[in-house]
Design a protein around this ligand. Sequence first.
Ligand SMILES: Nc1ncnc2c1ncn2[C@@H]1O[C@H](COP(=O)(O)OP(=O)(O)O)[C@@H](O)[C@H]1O
Ligand SMILES: [Mg+2]
Length: 491
Amino acid sequence: MYDPKDLITLIKSHTPIIVVETTDELRVLDLLHYASDVLKMRLLKWSVVAGLVNIGAQRETYQSSLEPTEMLREIWNMKNSGIYVLLDFHPYISDARNIRLLKEIALTAGRYRQTIILLSQKIELPPELMVYTGKFELALPDEKMIQSIVENVLKKRLPSGNNQFSAVSPEIKKLIVKNLCGLSIPEIERITQRFINIPDITREVIADIAKSKYMILNKDSVLSFEYETADFDDIGGLTKLKQWLQKRRAIFLKEKKIQGSDVPKGILLLGVQGSGKSLAAKAVAGAWGIPLLRLDFGALYDKYIGETERRTREAFKMSDRMAPCVLWMDEIEKGIATENSDSGVSHRVLSTLLTWMAERKSCVFLVATANDIQSLPAELMRKGRFDEIFFVDLPDTNIRKEILTIHLEKRGMSVKDFDLDKLAHACEGFSGAEIEQSVVSALYAMSTESGILTNDILLQEMKATKPLSIVMAENVASLREWAKDRTVLAN
Ligand SMILES: Nc1ncnc2c1ncn2[C@@H]1O[C@H](COP(=O)(O)OP(=O)(O)O)[C@@H](O)[C@H]1O
Ligand SMILES: [Mg+2]
């Protein structure tokens, strides 16, 4: 339940106990004031430091007890109609006397028009009280509201009275708002206050916001926040994949609606090791301007033995709350291989994954990568699981030139000083990672020789390299064969 009207309905329908879990206590109290006005009921608030106080229209004070059990006894004896809000009652809820007293109050609540509200950040209700209880969830602010909260915070603090937010480009503004989705009002205010004195609100600020949000939401999760993302410009080739992604960005971020087209859900990148799959996964987040979360299968299986499925479900829940985001499952075959001898755990992780993929409504884009299809379960590859399965093949001559250019320029060199045609020819059969590696090794060789990186040094390094595509020619060939009819080329 989200709407204030729902809260009123809950109270009106004589729900004896209402649980509200939130970090935004003040907003719930505001809502309760409103409800008590509408319903013409008294509103009383209890906390362990202030006791029971009437905070409704007619203020009365009680000689009330600070002690939780005594306070419940008072409410039970009072037999007075009212909304009783108990702040942070969760540490006392498991006490047998308190359970019984709450039950007594609940049993006669209809007759005396009493409603108990348990307002805490988190509260675990004993089963005895479940049947008497309703749950109210505070709606998280929508995008419009987030925008006004951010504007408000920034306006308040600027001495000139100017709105710092108004100078920000619309595109960045939208991304800021998107990245604050899923948080409560005080959390949004707290994060926003951190960039009050930053003169230029740019993409770096957005990464910072996403990181703060992750830290607020993350509770010992197997999802890691990847600060380092990439851009499409960092990748040589993969042109079809880039185009595919570019076309879908606006639809994914709900900036645009296209009749009949579904919201993009995710892709699988399949290919030989070192072909740039992990890099591409990072670039989806970078190019779309949303946070990147990585599911760490290693931690899932090693660190949390016996808790693997619960951790998996939690990770998905967490990614839903971080939305919009990219959820990256690197080398997925290692997490959900079919032949693991782990007594079915990885199978159950797989079914948790499939369920989440089928049912989720959240704005989470899944990017899975795999080097090997042999051990990937057939259920995962079935049509409709992913929007597309891309095959990342070894780079052709032109793409090898692009990759060489990227890695030479990244290290401060100019491609004009090199014979790209010759080099690209020399590294036939290399993966992107192997091309990069030959540039790196050539730089080492150079430092011991002339101190200048020449074409010849690079050529020598390339000749000395035995690429995986030759060492493991059979595997590469069978991967290609498999991919032929089942996947789309990424290049
Ligand atoms: N197409 C490419 N363009 C530019 N660099 C690449 C490309 N492919 C691989 N690399 C380089 O090799 C590194 C390792 O590649 P990676 O993305 O980890 O490959 P994979 O995940 O397919 O095994 C990348 O970080 C990047 O520096
Ligand atoms: Mg990888």
